[in-house]
Design a protein around this ligand. Structure first.
Ligand code: CA
Length: 224
């Protein structure tokens, strides 16, 4: 999953970036409203963390423009303390949730997980498909009850598919959602990650899920 992080406070942005990477997200960053708007318009982001007090163009304006253009990615706004009208304006402009500074990183991560979950129609923080189970809070994956260790990229691919069981996901879409903007993207590597996931997640049980290849189209996570 790809997060667009918009914050002009360098120290806070660095902290947030570290926390988001640690939680398995790909992160694109902007420190002003104009760059934020551009990235949100051109990149396949799964959620946005948007500070409202930004240079060049303020966060509220950026959010209003996105919604006016019909962009419906989940947006979590960051507001200044004791500024209740900023929250109201943000929610009215189309924010899905807000956090007031200062906040705990754990709370930001929990709220983001919930937003991404809701956007993909999932109710629980533990994603289940057959005997595959991915706990998005801890990043822990189990297959038939056995823990499976995943690399960062394997996790990103699986996390994206586990949020969309039964849905055909193209290789291009997967590539867009696991690599940041400035990353050298090669959709062939997706095939490698999927191949490794299949090996790691083999289970003899009848309730095993699997990743199906749809020729010329992409992949689909298939429940048993
Ligand atoms: Ca700010």
């Amino acid at each position: 999953m790809r997060i667009l992080l918009v914050e002009d406070d360098t120290q806070l942005r660095t902290q947030l970036r570290t926390a988001l990477h640690g939680a398995g997200y790909t992160v694109d960053e902007a420190d002003n409203g104009r760059d934020a708007q551009f990235l949100g318009d051109t990149e396949a982001v799964d959620a946005v963390v948007l500070d409202l007090g930004l240079p060049v163009v303020d966060g509220l304006t950026v959010l209003k423009r996105w919604r006016a253009e019909g962009r419906n990615m989940p947006v979590l706004i960051l507001t200044a303390r004791d500024n209740w009208h900023e929250k109201v304006a943000g929610i009215d402009a189309g924010a899905d949730d807000y956090l007031t500074k200062p906040f705990h990183l754990e709370e930001l991560l929990a709220r983001l997980r919930a937003l991404i979950r809701r956007a993909s129609g999932q109710a629980s923080a533990v994603l289940q498909c057959g005997d595959w189970s991915l706990d998005t809070r801890s990043g822990r994956m189990t297959c038939a009850g056995q823990p499976v260790a995943l690399t960062a990229h394997e996790y990103k691919v699986l996390d994206y598919l586990m949020h969309r069981p039964g849905v055909l996901v193209s290789r291009a879409e997967l590539t867009e959602h696991i690599y940041a903007q400035d990353f050298d993207r090669d959709s062939n590597t997706i095939e490698v990650f999927v191949g490794r996931l299949r090996k790691k997640l083999q289970s003899p049980s009848a309730s095993a899920a699997r990743i199906e290849t749809v020729r010329g189209m992409g992949y689909r996570l298939v429940p048993p």
